[in-house]
Design a protein. Sequence first.
Length: 189
Amino acid sequence: SYSFVKVTANHTISAGFAALPAPSNLVLALNTGGREYTNSSGVKYVADQYFFGGASGKSSASIKGTQEGTLYQDQRYGNFYYAIPVANGSYDLTLKFVETTHSARNQRVFDLWAEGRLSLNDLDIYAAAGKDTALDVTFTVTVSDGLLNLDFMPSTGDAQASGILIKKASGTPKKAPGKLKRYFSTQPK
C-alpha cells in the first residue's frame, strides 16, 4: 500500500503484473481432487485429471508445515489410480499428502505403486506427519510406455493424495522410501 499526501490535482497510477516463470524442469503439477491452483512460486497446478476411481473432497483445516495450505485442502481419496501421459524418461515425482480426517494411527493406511513398483508401503500419513500437517515425498521414477502409472491402494480406510508434482529428473536418482518414519514432513514439527 502507499499513502498519498498533499495531493492537489488529478493523478493516474499504473501497476503491471507478470506471472512468475515455472521451473524449467517442471513437466506437470496436478491438484488432485481440486481446481487449478497457482502457488506463491508461480507453479500452476492444473485441475485434477488423468485419474480413475476415488472421490474428491475439500477440507477447511488450517494446514501446518507449508505456505501452500490451499493446495493440501483439496484431496482425491478412496481406491484410485492415475495414468499421466508423459514422454519416456526419468522423473522426480513429489507426492503431497495431509491427514485432515483422522486423529490416530492406523485409520488410513495405503500403498502406492509407481510404474508397477511398490514405492510407499503401508503409508500412514498421521503416523508420518501428524494431523493437518503437510507431508511431501519425493523419489525418481522411470517411464517407458508414455504413461506415468500411480496406483493408490488402501488397506485400512481410504488412500489419499493432495498433489502430484512431476519434474524432469535432476542428478542422482532419489530412491522411493518404502516405509516412512515419523516426522517425515515438509517442515519439522
